[in-house]
Design a protein around this ligand. Structure first.
Ligand SMILES: CC(C)(COP(=O)(O)OP(=O)(O)OC[C@H]1O[C@@H](n2cnc3c(N)ncnc32)[C@H](O)[C@@H]1OP(=O)(O)O)[C@@H](O)C(=O)NCCC(=O)NCCS
Length: 172
């Protein structure tokens, strides 16, 4: 369904949106060509992503949640993708992850991953974050294309969460 970006209502997700986010995640996973493409996030993880310093931005079309995109600001190395980069100097920099973007199938093709990606980068800049990282399945050409369009660079392919993942980074 082609919809101008201006017709989506863009706002921060809060606890009251948890059920809508979980429903979007389950609908998306049920329709994936392979479950390897998207790791399921728990309700607790989403709730933490709704609170600062993280930011979860939703795009609504009418009453329906069309998409969500999450900025995750890791507190330790375990969650910080920057520590997995090969050959990139980032000592002392504040870093964050482009954690997740899901666009409901019927709203795909409206550039929502790209537009919401720009919004979470703006928030990251406000927080003084200098380096963003993300992982994408090598079998996810749509997401890879959007991350490259946003200016992310490929670093390496690794095993993460038991799946093969391409690691990307972007200096803000
Ligand atoms: C990856 C994803 C977020 C991209 O959604 P999007 O921002 O709406 O995609 P775009 O606007 O860039 O789409 C560009 C084109 O690719 C197509 N496209 C996008 N995602 C597609 C998909 N998963 N399968 C088939 N075609 C897809 C669109 O229909 C559009 O085609 P068109 O130009 O002929 O209209 C979306 O496919 C998705 O939510 N996938 C499942 C979850 C996921 O993989 N998330 C990324 C990892 S975190």
């Amino acid at each position: 369904m082609k919809i101008p970006y201006s017709e989506f209502n863009i706002r921060e997700c809060t606890e009251g949106n948890l059920d809508a986010v979980l429903e979007l995640q389950e609908e998306t996973i049920a329709r994936l060509p392979s479950e390897d493409l998207l790791r399921r996030n728990s309700p607790q993880m989403f709730l933490s992503c709704f609170r600062p310093p993280h930011l979860s931005i939703g795009a609504w079309y009418g009453e329906e949640l069309a998409a969500i995109c999450i900025l995750y600001v890791p507190e330790d190395n375990a969650e910080d993708l920057a520590h997995l980069l090969d050959g990139i100097e980032c000592a002392g920099m504040r870093t964050a992850n482009y954690k997740l973007c899901i666009v409901r199938e019927k709203y795909r093709g409206n550039g929502l991953q790209y537009h919401l990606g720009e919004l979470i980068e703006n928030e990251a800049r406000k927080q003084g974050i200098a380096l963003m990282c993300t992982t994408v399945s090598p079998d996810n050409p749509h997401s890879i294309r959007n991350m490259l369009s946003l200016g992310y660079r490929y670093n390496r392919t690794l095993e993460k969460y038991g799946y093969s993942r391409n690691l990307y980074y972007k200096f803000l």
